[in-house]
Ligand binder design. Sequence first.
Ligand code: CP
Length: 308
Amino acid sequence: MKRSLIDILDFSVEEIDELLATAKDMIADPDKYAECCKRKKLATLFFEPSTRTRLSFEAAMLELGGSVIGFSDAANTSSSKGESVSDTAKVISCYADIIAMRHPKEGAPLVAANAASIPVINAGDGGHNHPTQTLADLLTIDREKGRIDNFTIGFCGDLKFGRTVHSLISALSRYENVKVILISPHELKLPSYVKKDILDKNNIEYVETTDLEAVMPELDVLYMTRVQKERFFNEEDYLRLKDSYILTPQKLSNAKSDLCIMHPLPRVNEISVAIDDDPRACYFKQVYNAKIMRKALILKLLKEAGSI
Ligand code: CP
């Protein structure tokens, strides 16, 4: 049966556990998976800029023995002539076995999934969701902390437009005893629909603050985020807010010794490069984990679709 991944909640906790187990096995024995997707094609349809997501999807498919087609500049495609997302998805279904799509419009990958005859993976839709970044984040937390429950996580920065934050909060809402601390300027607070539909509905304990240093000693995981310039309507607001939080070694002085510092990247100014060599810096590990989880995901969806 064809299945897509549009929202992280499309997968049960058990399915995510299976993906984590497959990913760990891929790390231990990559050769075992080197030809799993032979003669299969991934189409990467990126209507918005990306370095990590597109290239890690492509690396993932190549490491599975498959091949890749796609575009990274929608201006060179027929969408610039007015072709709809639905029609594009139907067309690509004739060329490939699975699609990874990034789009600036929230819901566009869902529209594609409804039209396509092959699985569609949401590789980020506007300020809404980024479920495959969440898979990478879950593997990172699991590998660094040895668990995905019983910890306190601080989300810091642009919680309004940060789609990785929305998806990770959704995923964590299903694990036991995860306390959430939301650190942002007032203008960039977590949207009320995420608070109501995810945190309140699942009785997740959370607090909101503007003061990162005050909550630092409580944190097991600190998830820094970039202020999303591309989502602002007004450059003046962006310039005023962009450096709201800059993590420096000094600000970590009262942090736990086993704090896990995460960032989905790209980083602009949110984490000083002086922190990169701190053993608590996990953001480049996230990049590696993302490729592995995307391998596990491609394999799962192609198997379920009966393609392999
Ligand atoms: N984390 C992430 O989505 O990075 P890119 O925008 O480079 O894909």
